[in-house]
Design a protein around this ligand. Sequence first.
Ligand code: ADP
Ligand code: MG
Length: 726
Amino acid sequence: MIDRVKATLALDEPVSRVKLVSPARSRALEKLGVRTLRDLVTHFPRSYIDLSRVETCAGARIGEACTIRGAVHEIKLKKPKRNLSLVEIALVDATGVLMVTCFRQPWLMDQIAAGDSVAVSGKVTFDYGYKRMTNPFIEVLGDGQEATGSVVPVHPATEKLSAAWVRRIVANGLAASEGCFDPLPLGLRLRYRLMGRDRALHAIHFPHTMAEADEARRRLVYEELLYLELFLMQEGAARAAGHNPHAHVTDGPRLAAFAAGLPFELTGEQQQARDEILAAMAAPSVANHMLLGDVGTGKTVVAGHALAAAADTGGQAMLLAPTEVLARQHMAGLGERLGAVGVRCALLTGATPAAERTELVEGFASGAIDVLIGTHALLSDDVAPRNLTLAVIDEQQRFGVDQRARLLEKGEAPDALYLTATPIPRTLALALYGNLTLSYIKHRPHDSARRATKVLAREQQGVAFDAAREALSRGEQVFVVCPLVGKDSEARDAKAAGKAPDADAAGEEYHPAVAIEDEADYGADDVTAATREAEMLQRTTFADWSVGLLHGGMGTEAKREVMEAFRAGDIQVLVATTVIEVGVDVPNATVMIVQDADRFGLAQLHQLRGRVGRGEKTAEVFLVSASTREESLARLAAMESTDDGFELAAFDLSLRREGDILGNRQHGASGLKLVNIMRDGAVIEAARADAQALLETDPMLEEPDHKALAREVRLMFARESAVVGG
Ligand code: ADP
Ligand code: MG
């Protein structure tokens, strides 16, 4: 018993107490989000190499994915272009040679040496006389002592800390936490025939067979979801308990003036959404309303009505956006319209100067500001409204439940409105976000203004430029999106190679992803590439127009200036990195050219193209790609064939192969590591029902059987662990 308590408490000790974790490794682990022993044992593999299904070089079939085990005969670093490095490995086994090419992972040179025994996992191609793999998963097979079965786990690793090291450290971590309590009540474990926690943790890291890994995952996914549901329900109860929910005034003067001042008429769906939202706000209960609508369906203006209603009620509102660019745009658009009808709005972001910040914080505390718009900066403790009655979260899928909780805590039972472009079905929305009322907007306001998407091979990109010049001569504007060429694109490369499950950029938008400020996405290489592209286009293709550049490496002020100039039409061509992905709204922009489009996930491309076709004019999107990979082309073809985000999401799912995916993308909720909301729908619903039943009999989880559960829930969503940033 004492040992079990000890083992359980040890989970929350720093990871540095684990064998092999030096201060340097401890820092590297921190980069992976691993600070405590608990973080370490839940640092799950992102894939497995199934050595029981290893092929030989000679036996490997071209066009199929497999694992090949061999010795490194030679390893070389090449730099064919200034911005491009590749590592080439000649791998040999008793039957032949495999050439392995890894783009943009120069550090492999430090991790792999001639003579090493490695396993590579990926799709086999044939080119220039050799069988090849491009960007496979590579595993250096050590002395074999850490791999207990024929399945080798591949853990997320960093440049400084290879997967092989992570594997060793995780093994030590498991040893150190051996014997800890299983927080799941026995009844639930029996009902679903779930493994005990200890065993599940061992088995997910070091399974003997893939079936064992799946069983372990099943147990751990259920556990994560149960905690999430318990958290949501307890949070919901706490939010309402002992407070007077606000019954908003929804026929006040400012709301009426705001509605009257709009330059367009709301579509039928927008009107319905507005009415549903206002009805939820008017009711004397805590509103929890989600507005789901594809990009460009006009959610912002609908939310504007809610903000005006809060002001009419004498309350205050906050509008939280995931990026600086988006927050500024809301301030410039909505803020302006609201200001015009007497709603006092202000903008607070991480870039707000200290003096101004102090003033804003005071103004908000005194009630001099009605609506505060901003980024994560809003979550800071000293941002304390006098009377918060409404919290609006834009692009809510980008925030975690813990961040949402932090925002809502700033008021007494405030109403909440979430805006999202994530196409999730109703039941999933309910399960993932607690008790909600929902509104859907399915059609864009200018559905008649069509948006056509066209895929072009690199050598055809002249077509895109011609279309762009035509649009420019009509007085319209153009986006050129450069790919990420730096480190961030590795995941995409690997994904394009068809083997990296968690690098599923496309899946990202469909999960409540970790909130990432736009600045985090860029490396120095990207900036160089974007800068060059802009210069080149200004000199050549668009010499007659003014070309601007927007990238995440720019300062806030510089970014703002460029966006303003583009909005005002002083810049006609905007070359940008994906910093424009979310929400940027310039209706006069009608052409978008996405370079190396195969580098982006479907959801991301869809978000990107949502930047054009927002006005009444017809828009054209060109996806330029040099890829010849079947998978990439099929993905891009899907973009061509449908303009509907929901359909794309479904297509995206159909592309993912079972077993290829652990679905362990980090979720917004810092504790959710394994859940894949699309795949685990049934488990989500089961966990929800179980959580409800548990709380019905024991609302505070105080019974002896539930104490461990309560502790886990607390720890999982504790404030300290809230993940902000990349
Ligand atoms: P999203 O739902 O992606 O956040 P936005 O709220 O940014 O979309 O709206 C997209 C564009 O459509 C904006 O330029 C907005 O001003 C415009 N818009 C919204 N509703 C209407 C409408 N009913 N009629 C015309 N344009 C509209
Ligand atoms: Mg929006």
